[in-house]
Design a binder for this molecule. Structure first.
Ligand SMILES: [Zn+2]
Length: 342
């Protein structure tokens, strides 16, 4: 991974629960996450006599308490006009329904992200669990690991309040008037299927969601719902509108600190994935399963949650290489998928 030293971080780090104005009327709020990735950034945009919120954080008591404190002190005299959810992941919209109920404001999301969030949050059906087991069995999970996954069931549902059954649809390429300025929506696929990013030219700001992060590589994974998908192909194809933004754009990412150097960061991410493609191809000189590729792509022991994400990421690299005609797939007599360089 190339060093992010070509990036500039003009704004000092923020503690969780703190709010800081990063541009006129644009506020950064950091919330804690119970993971190795220990925080998520949320954005509060002054919007006339109201506020537009971008993401709400995870469904945890302390996140709700922080919001109560922020909405009743720093922004006591403003109502919330709308809540934008960048994408369906629980650290971004886990509290969206609570915030909608608390403020009466609508949730604004892309249709795919909203529908994914809604379905995943309420799917407690047997077919969901069956598909999950079959998917990870094909990736080479042993019976012990499969049993642990079955015991967790629908991990997403446990972490979120289901998004409301009604929303305002956002699409890429639209303009949203916020605080008297036009923000352009940019839809980005890869880390999630139809993430909404927001760009404001006069302020030179890009709210990037998880599409481009300064210090970690956005995770691009395949999950049981779409085993044949190619989200990494989508991801690598999605950078064009971001590379067209001016060099002086300040990127407001969902994790890490605001930074300058968007195009440099995108080139690092592209190089990172090409490096990983090379490793996968080299390893697949002989047939390899996803569990073999975890050792090639990831260092150290993986916990259950990390292994699910890592296996999905390894599969995403494989599917992208299959799309380029560089890997072929076979299912062994054990029912496990294996891949060989073409
Ligand atoms: Zn995410």
């Amino acid at each position: 991974m190339p060093s992010p030293s070509v990036l500039e971080f003009p704004i000092p780090a923020l503690r969780t629960g703190e709010v800081r104005e990063v541009a006129p009327g644009i506020h950064w709020l950091r919330m804690r996450l119970p993971y190795r990735l220990n925080h998520v950034n949320l954005w509060i945009l002054e919007d006339g006599d109201a506020l537009t919120l971008v993401d709400t954080g995870m469904n945890m008591p302390e996140t709700r308490e922080t919001w109560e404190a922020v909405l009743t002190s720093t922004f006591a005299f403003r109502r919330v006009r709308r809540i934008i959810g960048t994408h369906y992941h629980s650290d971004h919209i886990g509290l969206a329904a609570w915030m909608c109920a608390r403020t009466g404001a609508p949730l604004c999301m892309s249709l795919v992200e909203w529908a994914t969030a809604r379905v995943l949050a309420i799917d407690a059906t047997q077919p969901f669990l069956d598909v999950q087991q079959a998917f990870y069995r094909r990736l080479g999970y042993d019976e012990e690991r499969l049993a642990r996954l079955a015991a967790v069931g629908n991990a997403y549902a446990a972490k979120v309040i289901p998004v409301p059954p009604q929303m305002v649809r956002l699409r890429g390429g639209e303009e949203l008037a916020i605080g008297g300025r036009a923000w352009r929506t940019i839809a980005a696929s890869g880390h999630s299927p139809e993430m909404i990013c927001l760009y404001q030219p006069e302020l030179g700001l890009l709210i990037a969601g998880d599409h481009v992060l300064p210090s970690i590589t956005p995770n691009v994974s395949i999950y049981p719902a779409e085993p044949e998908g190619n989200p990494l192909g989508d991801y690598l194809a999605s950078f064009a509108p971001f590379l067209a933004l001016p060099e002086g754009t300040l990127v407001l990412p969902s994790h890490g600190r605001p930074f300058y150097g968007l195009s440099a960061r995108i080139r690092q991410l592209q190089a990172h994935h090409e490096e990983r493609f090379d490793k996968v191809i080299a390893a697949c000189a002989q047939p390899r399963g996803i569990m073999d590729l975890l050792d090639v792509l990831f260092e150290g022991g993986l916990g259950d949650h990390e292994r699910v994400i890592a296996s999905g990421e390894a599969l995403a690299h494989v599917r992208c290489l299959q799309g380029r005609g560089l890997l072929v797939e076979e299912t062994g007599p054990d029912g496990v998928l294996r891949f060989t360089a073409a």
